[in-house]
Design a protein around this ligand. Structure first.
Ligand code: NAD
Length: 355
């Protein structure tokens, strides 16, 4: 069974949930709107299904409603920020806005953000930058249960460490839809395994290993404790190359930001902390704005002319699937499976709200 909501109804319920959990209405609405936007974009893994976990993190005092970003270092193009265990959906936006002030002044900004609670869909931040005509790169680590196995390793040692690159295409009246590449460095996002498990589905071979390091298609191995009390693990994407990128995300998002890397046994904490290193560049300041705009358009046009292979719907560019999902889901509504909706109602009950 499932439930279909309009985006505004779903946002209203989730806003109520976070207000009941201790947020101001403004903060609750910003977090809810970000989560619903992830659902609208087709990424249910980072949508309202995360809300129960956030409520648990508030109750265990590892996520602090009302927290805002603290400036640790403010050195021209370099900005070192601490998210102070605040909602990633609010401190992440504050961090980007502070970085944008430096880009306006210096043409670029290297911003690090440590100790943010879950930043959600990283593409949200790249979309903020490309809307201004700026390029943005994000390397992120995840401090939570280590769910991804190193390449040729047999158990989970680190998180799904997302990487994101946003590039505006064209300029002025000739602006086209941007390129927004935004992905977990595991074969699939952990949240997608939660969704598949809740829906009782199996996943593609090559995605997971079980608690003994053996291949499996059962998403439950990374969602619920297994026979030995432990968990299985997700595989890295792109074999040794994807694993290398995941390690780079850990070292840049975790070590360089000051938020730290994961190198300990799993605990039962519900909090998910992210560290993020972001690089934002104004092409105008590099002196290439016009040629950059022409070349981005020419290259994307060239790619689109590639003939579609049999059985495929042809070449798509990163960012397109999310924009198409938004149009479809605004029209048809957002489907929330029964198990996820029950978890949201249970989270409401924990903070005295009947949904
Ligand atoms: P995914 O596997 O769906 O890949 C998404 C990327 O691939 C997008 O850029 C999309 O536009 C592009 N894409 C999809 N189909 C395409 C096609 N046919 N042709 C060209 N490009 C295509 O995403 P994912 O790895 O499941 O990640 C989902 C979300 O999870 C992301 O928004 C990511 O930021 C988020 N995430 C967050 C955290 C965190 O801790 N905050 C951790 C992991 C992932």
């Amino acid at each position: 069974m499932s439930h279909t909501f309009s985006a505004s109804d779903l946002e209203h319920h989730i806003t109520q949930l976070f207000v009941a959990a201790g947020s101001t209405p403004a903060e609750a609405s910003q977090v809810a709107s970000n989560l619903v936007m992830a659902n609208l974009s087709g990424h249910d893994s980072h949508g309202v299904g995360m809300a129960p976990r956030y409520v648990d993190a508030i109750l265990e005092k590892s996520l602090t409603p009302g927290s805002s970003v603290a400036v640790r270092v403010d050195g021209g193009m370099l900005l070192g920020l601490d998210g102070q265990q605040g909602f990633g959906q609010t401190v992440g936006v504050q961090a980007m806005e502070l970085a944008f002030e430096r880009v306006a002044q210096h043409g670029a900004c290297i911003m690090s953000l440590s100790h943010a609670h879950h930043l959600g869909r990283i593409g949200h931040f790249a979309e903020m930058a490309v809307a201004r005509g700026w390029v943005s790169l994000h390397f992120v680590n995840v401090l939570s249960r280590p769910v991804v196995a190193p390449w040729h390793g047999g158990d989970g040692r680190y998180g799904t460490n997302p990487c994101c690159i946003g590039i505006p295409v064209g300029v002025g009246d000739n602006t086209q839809e941007p390129f927004v590449l935004d992905f977990a460095t595991s074969r699939v996002a952990q949240g997608k395994m939660r969704v598949a498990h809740n829906e009782g589905k199996q996943v593609a071979p090559g995605t997971l290993i079980d608690e003994h390091g053996r291949p499996t298609t059962n998403p439950g191995v990374v969602v619920v404790p297994q026979s030995n009390g432990g968990y299985g693990a997700l595989m890295p994407f792109g074999e040794h190359k994807g694993f290398g990128l995941a390690v780079a995300c850990e070292l840049l998002g975790g070590a360089l930001s000051g938020g730290g890397t994961w190198h300990r046994e799993a605990d039962n904490k519900r909090a998910v902390y992210n560290g993020m290193l972001s690089i934002i560049i104004d092409p105008k300041a590099l002196g290439t704005q016009m040629s950059f705009a022409q070349e981005t358009m020419a290259f994307i046009d060239w790619l689109r002319q590639s003939p579609a292979t049999e059985g495929s719907d042809g070449v798509k560019l990163a960012g397109e699937p999310e924009r198409a999902a938004r149009v479809a889901r605004q029209k048809n509504g957002i489907v929330v499976d029964d198990a996820t909706w029950q978890e949201i109602k249970d989270a409401g009950a924990k903070v005295g709200l009947k949904l």
